[in-house]
Ligand binder design. Sequence first.
Ligand SMILES: Nc1ncnc2c1ncn2[C@@H]1O[C@H](COP(=O)(O)OP(=O)(O)OP(=O)(O)O)[C@@H](O)[C@H]1O
Ligand SMILES: [Mg+2]
Length: 569
Amino acid sequence: MSYKQKVKKLWNDRDNQKNYFKWLMIYSKPYMGQILLLMSIKLAGIFASIYMAILSQKAIDAATADNASIVAPLVGYVVLMLALQASVVIYSLINTMLNEKYGFGIRKQVYDKILDSVWMETQKYHTGDLMTRMTSDAGIIADGVITVIPGIVSLLIELVAVFGTLFAYSHFLAVSALFMAPFAVVLSFFLGRIMKRLQIKVQESETAYRSFIQESLANILIVKSFANEKMFSDELSRLREERFGWIWKKSKVSLGSSAVIGIAFQLGYILAFAYGVIQISKGEITYGTMTVFLTLFNRVMSPVVELASQLPKVVSILASAGRVMELQNLEEEKRTGTGNVDNSVGVDVTDMSFGYNRDIVIENSTFNIKPGQFVAIVGESGIGKTTLIRILLGFVNINSGSISYYDRDSNTTNINADVRKFISYVPQGNTLFSGTIKRNLLMGKINASEEEIQKALEVADCLEFINEMPDGLDTIIGEKGMGLSEGQAQRIAIARALIRKSPFIIFDEATSALDENTELNVINNLKDMTPRPTCLFITHRRSVLKYCDRQFRIENRCITEEAVNDKNI
Ligand SMILES: Nc1ncnc2c1ncn2[C@@H]1O[C@H](COP(=O)(O)OP(=O)(O)OP(=O)(O)O)[C@@H](O)[C@H]1O
Ligand SMILES: [Mg+2]
């Protein structure tokens, strides 16, 4: 079974918490060697410190005896102490490196998954939510698998080892040191349940907080133009308070339990101390044995206390694992190749229906666009023009009917995600990335030559304004094309699409910000291209219609052809 199939199977039975853990194990397999190395270093440290306690007993007993040398135990103690310090440094370095590598592994897997998934599926999540899952949840999982879970295993081993050693010295002390253990186990079981609920709340409030910041910064002009600064600032404070409220509750629960266990621990320590003093006064044990008692007693209790605080963390790790696993099960786009459709491309749509969820947007529509035709698509706002483009680009799956692309040599391909290889798209609105203008253009074709760049700029009527910029193509533009006029950004977006020399180009209101002359230039340039690309123009503008060979109208969920320019739009 492949990794994907395994994850899917586990996700289908997601009510079973064990499956989250199983996924962590499957995902962590490649890192197991390094995780085990980390655990070995930690365990070596634990055994070294137990032996140091024994050496200190030997040194004290040697000092109080007449003719024994304290040099050997002391030298041993110092050597072990140095080795212990070195192991702490090495552990930390490997831990940092592994944590980063593991966390990035999850982030990359989720990022790639989002890129490869059906667009509609990913749209169900706010980008702030996706970001939280990729950063915060991935971080919690990485910390959990690299530090917390191996830590718990080491603590259990430490507990057994120290208990064994202490038992060899005194059965009574060893057992009394553990009298807290059942209490800690019961407490952490109940804590685990409370912590799971709190952890989900913490992550949800984190998502709301991040989404709010991201969205308001991206739309800062709207916030300012409606004079909403104070409202947004207050809302951020409210979201922070909500988030803090949950974090605070979670901290109180875990600190409260630590305090209870801590007090019980101190009481146990006093018990051991009193017992040791009485034994010394009776002359039944040496000072060295007393030292080892107290040191080891501490070392039995501290893993118990630690375990009580670490075990509930496993719940947080599983909650985050569930949130990441959910994204790993997004439906992937179907890719069946392009069937070698190239040159001039047309599209044949038969009886096609589509709706988002249950609301049908387009019903039983049939049309055929021939290679090289210029087609206008008109219709009132919200009627389904952009939706038709999403359908033709394979971003959404149609409910019924068929769509196939074909070329002049009768090669055909049914709609699938790969058709985007031969379709260029100029979307509605500003869709440039921050960086240089050239970088934006190269997104159309990564290895475009200077000549190809110049040609695309010429057709999109960009040459003049880019040449006027001091840095030309290397001019840096901000997020969403900041620094350019809307018409300039639109023309660069057109050039970005043209540079691919696709046989099929879709323009979604792509000339809306251009003046009539510039628009005329761009469309005429497109007409002169050889071979002439098939062009779909979604438009509200009459000027564009003049240049189109055909005109389709979307009305009452149907796509019907009408005589060019015969109706007002
Ligand atoms: N992601 C979506 N999920 C659910 N419904 C959607 C989604 N996108 C659009 N719609 C709905 O589909 C219908 C068609 O929207 P579409 O964006 O295709 O309109 P349009 O013709 O492009 O409008 P405009 O001219 O204003 O751009 C609308 O009723 C809209 O509410
Ligand atoms: Mg639209």
